[in-house]
Design a binder for this molecule. Structure first.
Ligand SMILES: Nc1ncnc2c1ncn2[C@@H]1O[C@H](COP(=O)(O)OP(=O)(O)O)[C@@H](O)[C@H]1O
Ligand SMILES: [Mg+2]
Length: 250
């Protein structure tokens, strides 16, 4: 669904991403892993056309992403970023309604209102829907921002560390929601630090290191003792408990 070919991204003349060739397979949940500073967020924002590229190309459903009209891309690609500034005096429902804006231009139909209410319910936000964002906990606010991204209903959904700040119940909620998006035919990429979650929930994994592709493929091929120890430069063990793979870092 998204093809990245020989991508380079530079900031102030320094290449942050180099020689990057990879793809987000259509209709699959792709986990993106790698150490801090590896380039995960830069890759996601380049794929979301929020960061200019230095060289190479990014194809969205076969077309150069730069050629897609902005209004059209906003309907087809949704991105959750690691730090999104928020307007405090805004209710959860109003924030989530903004996600619908590319489709409604401010005039939502009944179908749009339904999508907004579904996003609220899917992220377990019903009891907070009318609360202002500055009265919520960090995790609740994060779920509200995720709700805004869901309401955008892009064919491609890019999520940068959506589980940060979330308790285990809500981390599960977000992974369930990601799987529901796949079942609706969407393509989802999710940056994760919890490697056990990547091993058990993702169909495909991309590992980045030092601004380059380290490895990619099925989780069982990428998330191995040797692969992960090399990726993070620290000893990592993979165990199996009741049929689930657990990545041990202690
Ligand atoms: N706007 C920027 N200007 C300069 N350097 C940046 C900028 N954004 C990110 N970087 C650098 O690019 C590298 C990759 O960053 P990032 O993509 O955020 O990594 P990750 O998300 O994997 O932790 C880091 O070394 C970071 O310091
Ligand atoms: Mg990041």
């Amino acid at each position: 669904m998204i093809e990245v070919r020989n991508l380079a991204v530079a900031f102030d003349g320094t290449k942050i991403l180099r020689n990057m060739t990879l793809s987000l397979p259509k209709g699959k949940l792709t986990g993106i892993v790698g150490p801090n500073g590896a380039g995960k967020s830069t890759l996601l924002t380049a794929m979301g056309r929020l960061t200019p590229i230095h060289s190479g190309e990014i194809l969205f459903d076969g077309f150069p992403i730069g050629d897609i009209a902005t209004a059209s891309l906003a309907k087809r690609l949704s991105i959750f970023r690691q730090s999104t500034p928020i307007t405090p005096r805004l209710s959860v429902r109003d924030l989530i309604s903004f996600g619908r804006y590319p489709h409604t231009q401010g005039r939502p139909t009944g179908a749009d209102l339904l999508i907004i209410e579904q996003a609220i319910a899917r992220l377990d936000l019903s009891e907070f829907a009318d609360r202002y964002l500055d009265t919520l906990s960090g995790g609740q606010r994060q779920r509200a921002l995720l709700g805004m991204v869901l309401a955008q209903t892009g064919d491609v959904v890019l999520l940068d560390e959506p589980l940060n700040n979330l308790d285990i119940t809500h981390a599960r909620t977000v992974m369930r929601v990601a799987r529901e998006e796949i079942e609706m035919g969407r393509t989802v990429a999710i940056v994760l630090h919890d490697l056990s979650i990547a091993a058990n929930h993702c169909d495909h994994v991309i590992a980045l290191k030092d601004g380059q592709l380290h490895s990619s493929g099925k989780p069982e091929y990428v998330l191995t003792n040797e692969g992960l120890s090399d990726l993070y430069n620290t000893k990592v063990d993979v165990a199996e408990i009741e049929g689930r793979r657990v990545i041990l870092t202690v």
